[in-house]
Design a protein around this ligand. Sequence first.
Ligand SMILES: NC(=O)c1ccc[n+]([C@@H]2O[C@H](COP(=O)([O-])OP(=O)(O)OC[C@H]3O[C@@H](n4cnc5c(N)ncnc54)[C@H](O)[C@@H]3O)[C@@H](O)[C@H]2O)c1
Length: 374
Amino acid sequence: MDRKLNIVIMGGGGILDQHAPGFERMSDFCEVKAVAEPDESRHERIRSLLKNPKLPIYENYEKLYELEDIDAVDIILPHHLHMDATIKAAQKGWHVLTEKVMARNTWECDRMIEACNAAGVRLVVCHDRRYAGHWVALKKVIESGVLGRILFWKLEHNQDVIFPPNAWVRHKDMIGGGAIMSCLTHQIDALRWMGGEIEQVNCMTVTEPGRMEGECIGLIGAQMQSGSIAQLSINWYTQSNGPPGFPLWYEFIHVTGTEGEAYFMAGFENGTFVKPRTPREKDETYSNDNVSFTFKAGEQGFFKVDHKHIDSGHVKCIEEFVKAARGEEALILTPGSDTVKTVEVAEAAYIAQVKNCNVSLPLKDRVRWEDRPY
Ligand SMILES: NC(=O)c1ccc[n+]([C@@H]2O[C@H](COP(=O)([O-])OP(=O)(O)OC[C@H]3O[C@@H](n4cnc5c(N)ncnc54)[C@H](O)[C@@H]3O)[C@@H](O)[C@H]2O)c1
C-alpha cells in the first residue's frame, strides 16, 4: 500500500486508552479517520488520546459505514454488537480488528468468520496477551523444553469489578454471560496458545446480583488433549489489585512440568520466572526469539526471564493488524478462525455448569444466543 491505511474506531470507552498508543506507534502507516461514540462526555478524551482535536466523532457505529475510502475498522464495542459490526464492516470490504471477547458464542463467531471470508478481509481478535512480552516469555520457556512434560496449569484473573448501575457489562445479554466469557477468556486463550487444545471442561460459578446479572466468580476445570489438567479461575470480587502496598496479584499463571516449573505474575513482582527441578552443575543459558534466562550453577530458586518484546499486547496487536491490513507480512497470532475456539471453551463451561457435568469439545451444537441452553 503506497498510502496510509484509513481506519475507523467503533466505541470510545475505557479500552481506547490501550489502543490509542498502538495507532500512534503506527501513525506513519495508518490514520484514524473517525470514531463512533454516543457518550459525548467521552469525546474530548477520545480526541486527546488520538491526538487529533478535529477528529470527527459520530453518535453510532452504523454512521461510519456511510464513509468512503475506509480500509479497516477497530471494534471496541460492547460484546453483543461485535457480530453485527463485523459483518457490516466485512460487507463494506473493511479489514476487522475486534476486541476480545470475539462474540457472545460460537454461533456468532461463525457468522463473523463467514462474512470476512466471503469478503476476503482479515478478521483479527485483540486477545492482547498473546502479543505481550511477559506472556510471550512464558510461552518461550515452555517451548524450550526445560520444564519437561507439562502436568498442571493454574491460571487466575483477579479484579475488583464494580460497574455503574446502567453499565452494559451488568447485562447477561450484552456481555455474553458473565466474567468467564468476558475476561476468563484471556486465560482460556493463553492456555490454548501455550498448552494446546482442551478436551473437556467442568465449571462452577458464583453470582452476586449487586454486581451483575451473570457470574462474577467462576472456576473451570479442564482436561487438556496433551494429558495435563488445568484450573482456571476468575474473581471479580477481590481487591488483590487494590491499594498500593497490598498487591497480591492480578493475573497469574503457574505451570508445573516434570523437569521444572515457571510462573508469570502481573502486579506484585511483575514478570516471568522459571525454576529447574534439579540444580545445574554449571550455568545454563537459554535464548530464543529475544527471550532468555539462565539457570545459575548450584542455585535452585526461581530465575527471572528477560525479554525484548513490547509489554503492551494491545500496541503490538495493532501494529501487526495494521501491517496485515496493508497487505504486508504480519505476525497475526489471533485470527478469528482460532479465537472462536476460545469462545467455545467458555460456552462449554457454561453448559457444563447448568448441566452439572463434564462437557467435551468440540461442541456439537452451535446455536443462536437466544437459543442457548444456559
Ligand atoms: N483486552 C483487555 O484487557 C480489555 C480490557 C477492557 C475491555 N476490553 C474489551 O474492549 C471492548 C470495550 O470495552 P470497554 O471497557 O472499552 O467498555 P466501555 O463501556 O468503557 O466502552 C464501550 C463504548 O462503546 C460505546 N457504544 C455503545 N454502543 C455504541 C454504538 N451503538 N455505537 C458506538 N459506540 C457505542 C459506549 O458508549 C462506550 O463508550 C469490549 O470488547 C471489552 O471486552 C478489553
